[in-house]
Design a binder for this molecule. Structure first.
Ligand code: FES
Length: 144
């Protein structure tokens, strides 16, 4: 079996899909490798991520990684969410085929982009906190 049971579970029954109407931060990133797009919505209260959802034009692995990533950061502090790596997400899914690991980066980057948006909305420069995020500014429409 190419995919673990956890991947198949999160792919066929993804958690936290859709938009959050009153999101405090929205992040959109593109995957340079495949051109797929991920959008992440977060609600923040007192430094805690109280709600999170995602929408993606990505493959099954992107759906599964984002689904489990939203579960891993919901109810956690911003600091904890920023420490979530794509390796941790892949481990939580009991692994991904090597050719699909790049898909898990979308979830990690989209969370960072949403947090960057959250800080920007408050007039705070997010770069020192969140680091560099490769946000989607038409990155998928043209070649670099
Ligand atoms: Fe694009 Fe997986 S192939 S996100």
């Amino acid at each position: 079996m190419l995919y673990s049971e956890k991947v198949l579970d999160h792919f066929s029954n993804p958690r936290n899909v859709g938009e959050l109407a009153d999101a405090d931060g929205i992040g959109e990133v593109g995957n340079a490798k495949c051109g797929d797009i991920m959008k992440m919505y977060i609600k923040v209260d007192n430094g805690i991520i109280t709600d999170v959802s995602f929408k993606t034009f990505g493959c099954g692995a992107a759906v599964a990684t984002s689904s489990i990533a939203t579960e891993m950061i919901k109810g956690k502090s911003i600091d904890e969410a920023l420490q979530l790596t794509n390796q941790a997400v892949v481990e939580a899914l009991d692994g991904l085929p090597a050719v699909k690991v790049h898909c898990s980066v979308l979830a990690e980057q989209a969370i960072k982009a949403a947090l960057a948006d959250y800080y920007r909305r408050q007039g705070i420069d997010p770069t020192p906190i969140v680091g560099e995020v490769h946000e989607c500014d038409g990155c998928c429409d043209h070649e670099h």
